[in-house]
Ligand binder design. Structure first.
Ligand SMILES: Cc1ncc(COP(=O)(O)O)c(C=O)c1O
Length: 483
């Protein structure tokens, strides 16, 4: 059923296909105009003529012509044959401009360009496998119980009407209570901002605090997600080395605007920053006027001894931002994190949340609030602490059996991952690539470094994998390392 318009255009209409003849004719006529094959001013045959030539009803043709006229592709006035509208071919089709013009490429903003360059090597690792770091065991989460809370929150939302608050007071109150008891933070409820992931909180903090060219300190080795957020904000990111007490900054003369630290379990070494170093860091930040971002990402899990209270609780001058996440303490897809921001900055952070859309659904916030208030959150953490401690020990033993001394491990006192140091002459990136091909995720320590210094090792998450999975993957590591 091929038909010509002025001898040059083919319309191929397929009766009986999944798409209606109206839709087919609309798409083809519009594409013909957009590509410039029918130039502006071109006069279409009358609808009767067109219908006859195409073998479709006149209604079909009239509907398509009216629709294209309404969208501005055709000029059609009563009693006159429709013509292709002036410049109609410059409209976009499927996101592509007309091939007759050479389009000016779209640029990105300075933020976009910085983000493009920002370094975060593990952002797209694909499907989780042993030993992907940072993953909680979603299989061990009480999903049936959680589903009851979800149902209840959905019903309540219908009954009470959704609340417009960005940060739901019920969650702020329940979470603050939990953080006061377990982490020793000091804050008012309104200081808690609830974000989709901790990464989102870090990104908001970087955007609100930093100007292009500001100096930001990051532990080296340290957390790549923070490095990406700081670099995208235009900061000059300096990697600061560690000693046994964590961030080692004595004698430095530069004046950072922001200092990012993981004092409870240094990421990725697992080191704990003792109280003296915490005090020194706060005093230093006071002197230079820096903000401190305390990322307390997985500090719920402690295996040996009692946890040290958060840096935020020691801060008297309102310069510590405390960041946490539910993605480690519940399951990754919960996509809820939070920050405690200084009292004087609550308003600007709420505005930043609203403008960037970093808002967690009210229903999810109310589920988390009830889950915490009813004691299930603390109970889950207690249970998973026992499970994860056993997995940590299992991984240490399994690696010892499979690899022996080639990996040096100091079992971490908490958290969900461990660092196995390699001889500094070994290529940890090459080893991690070979392990990936064998089906094991092991992040190379050297990719966590910022600056000149390099250490080598493998960073392994143990929390999400059961003991058989841990044993099997450790055996694979042994095999690959002996090759
Ligand atoms: C040190 C550290 N901080 C923050 C995060 C981010 O957590 P979220 O998944 O809530 O963005 C992670 C995630 O792995 C992490 O390892």
């Amino acid at each position: 059923m091929d038909t010509l318009l002025s001898g040059q255009i083919d319309f191929k209409l397929r009766p009986g296909s999944d798409e209606t003849l109206t839709r087919q004719l609309y798409d083809q006529l519009r594409a013909t105009i957009l590509t410039g094959a029918l130039p502006s001013g071109y006069r279409l045959p009358s609808s009767r003529d067109l219908a006859r030539r195409l073998g479709v009803s006149r209604n079909t043709v009239s509907f398509v012509v009216d629709q294209l006229a309404m969208e501005g592709y055709l000029d059609a006035s009563q009693g006159r044959r429709p013509t292709v509208a002036a410049a109609a071919e410059t409209k976009l089709v499927s996101g592509r401009a007309s091939p007759r013009r050479s389009p000016i490429p779209l640029g990105v903003s300075r933020w976009g360009a910085l983000l493009r360059k920002a370094d975060w090597p593990f952002a797209n690792e694909g499907k989780p496998r042993p030993f992907s770091p940072g993953l909680a065991d979603a299989r061990a989460f009480p999903h049936d119980l959680w589903a009851r809370y979800l149902r209840r929150a959905a019903r309540n939302a219908l009954a009470s009407g959704a609340t417009m608050a960005l940060n739901q007071p019920v969650l702020q109150a329940a979470l603050l209570q939990h953080l006061i008891e377990h982490r020793g933070v000091r804050a008012e409820t309104r200081q808690i901002i609830v974000t989709p992931t901790a990464q989102a909180a870090i990104e908001l903090i970087a955007r609100v605090l930093l100007d292009v060219g500001d100096v930001a300190w990051l532990e080296s080795p340290g957390y790549g997600g923070a490095r990406a957020a700081l670099e995208a904000a235009g900061a000059v990111v300096r990697g600061i080395g560690l000693d046994r007490s964590g961030l080692s900054f004595k004698g430095r003369r530069d004046r950072p605007r922001l200092i990012f630290v993981t004092p409870s379990h240094q990421y990725p070494t697992g080191r704990l920053m003792p109280i003296n170093r915490r005090r020194e860091l706060l005093a230093f930040a006071d002197t230079v006027g820096a903000a401190i971002v305390e990322d307390d990402y997985d500090s719920e899990f402690h295996y040996d001894g009692r946890p040290v209270a958060a840096l935020q609780g020691l801060d008297d001058s309102g310069r510590v931002f405390y960041v946490g996440t539910f993605s480690k303490s519940t399951f990754a897809d919960v996509r809820t994190g939070y920050a405690i921001v200084p009292a004087g900055l609550v308003e600007v952070f709420e505005k930043a949340q609203r403008h960037s859309g970093q808002i967690v659904p009210a229903q999810m916030q109310s589920v988390l609030a009830d889950f915490i208030a009813d004691g299930h959150f603390a109970a889950h953490i207690r249970r998973m602490t026992r499970v994860y401690r056993a997995r940590r020990d299992r991984l240490v033993q399994a690696l010892d059996a499979a690899v022996g001394r080639a990996l040096k491990i100091v079992p971490p006192a908490g958290g969900m991952q461990l660092l196995a140091h390699l001889d500094p002459r070994r290529d940890d990136v090459g080893l991690a690539n070979r392990l990936a091909r064998a089906g094991v995720v092991a992040r190379p320590l050297s990719r966590h470094m910022t600056g000149e210094r390099t250490e080598r090792g493998l960073f392994l998450g143990f929390a999400a994998w059961n003991e058989q999975e841990i044993d099997a993957a450790a055996v694979l590591i042994g095999r690959v390392m002996r090759r």
